[in-house]
Design a protein around this ligand. Sequence first.
Ligand code: ZN
Ligand code: ZN
Length: 143
Amino acid sequence: MKIHPNRIPSEGVREDAVYDPKALDLDRPDVQVLPPINVSAMIALADRELVVDAAIQGRLKLICSKCLSEFERELRTNAILTYPVSATDVVDVTEDIRQEIMLAYPMIPVCQDGCRGLCGTCGQNLNLKACPHTPSVPEHSGR
Ligand SMILES: [Zn+2]
Ligand SMILES: [Zn+2]
């Protein structure tokens, strides 16, 4: 998203953009961003400062740190970016948007509260089924 400060009306302007995650180099080994990424920005010019209030929304495909299964989760974050500008500048906010998206990643993805992870001995996904090596895992009766 490129912004021309000299075209921003005094009351501000809303601008929407759709990003392709592939173009942004966003992937982390356990995090992938699914297309599209929607950015809705409220842009205002105050004195010599450009203020971009961006709502970012997308979907993440994550790998659970405990059981290694893939799961999806919504990504939603808000960022207020400010840039000192002169009237002739063109401000490209793409790199800052990219960083805000990566900051919104979960630090350690976990597929669900209380994910039981994998058995260290046989690798069984303990969310799906118990195994003989983990007697300490409480099994709910009646299943
Ligand atoms: Zn898990
Ligand atoms: Zn096991």
